[in-house]
Design a protein. Structure first.
Length: 244
């Protein structure tokens, strides 16, 4: 009997394992560290893509844009990034437009309140430019006794306007002339002479600029109002002069 055979059998078996890739289980070779990292990143990208899809389904454009940009930044060469590339530009454009619409709408303040023995309804917006200094409000007003009016209202001592004055203005970049007058009561205001024409113009405008001169040092300023978010339905009628 050959007693060497039992000792040689393990060596022959190991040689067979080596030829098979040294995998005792007979499977594929163990992944390298780089492969493991790539697999983990692909799994993360897939999970984030699933979240991105869910955000689109529920209409959360803000979070979808954020998640989509994160996928493109962290996993630029992934299948997830390829899918995001197809949808993100339109989603981002829609979100940007909706955000701007909300911003412009938030610039307006609508109020209905008792005033001087009657009731007044106002729509008010402050100038966005100049960015510094005192704010000047542009006010659309309806009053049960006084009717409808439009005016600028700032801080004392107010504006230079001797009798009637004409404001050099722009509406979406186009030059216009707006006639105004100072109230006889001495308030720091400029009353727009033709309120109906001004309101009709405002409803179609995105941005209105009006040049004024302040009493304090006769300083000249161009007041810019981003009026594109005006909602006529929120400026409610209260009676006399309440034309829409």
């Amino acid at each position: 009997m050959n007693r060497a055979f039992p000792r040689l059998a393990p060596l022959a078996l190991c040689a067979a394992w080596l030829l098979a890739g040294c995998s005792p289980q007979g499977g594929a070779p163990a992944p390298t560290a780089e492969q493991q990292q790539a697999q983990a990143q692909a799994a993360d990208a897939a999970r984030n893509l699933d979240t991105y899809r869910q955000l689109l389904r529920i209409g959360n454009d803000e979070m979808a844009v954020s998640m989509g940009k994160d996928i493109l930044k962290r996993y630029p060469d992934s299948d997830a990034a390829k899918e995001v590339h197809k949808t993100l530009p339109a989603i981002e454009q829609r979100y940007t437009a909706a955000s701007e619409k909300s911003r412009l709408a938030a610039l307006w303040l609508y109020q209905v309140a008792p005033m001087a023995g009657g009731t007044q309804s106002t729509a008010t917006i402050e100038n966005s430019q100049p960015a510094d200094g005192e704010r000047v409000r542009l006010v659309l007003r309806r009053h049960t006794a006084w009717g409808q009016s439009v005016f600028l209202y700032g801080s004392k001592p107010g504006f230079v306007c001797r009798g009637n004055c004409t404001l050099a203005a722009t509406v979406d970049g186009k030059p216009v002339r707006i006639k105004a007058f100072a109230p006889s009561t001495g308030e720091p205001a400029l009353m727009i002479r033709d309120d109906n024409a001004f309101i009709a113009m405002l409803r179609k405008a995105k941005k209105i600029g009006m040049g004024v001169t302040l009493v304090d040092g006769e300083k000249k300023q161009t007041l810019v109002y981003e009026v594109g978010g005006f909602d006529p339905a929120k400026w409610v009628a209260v009676g006399k002069g309440s034309k829409k």
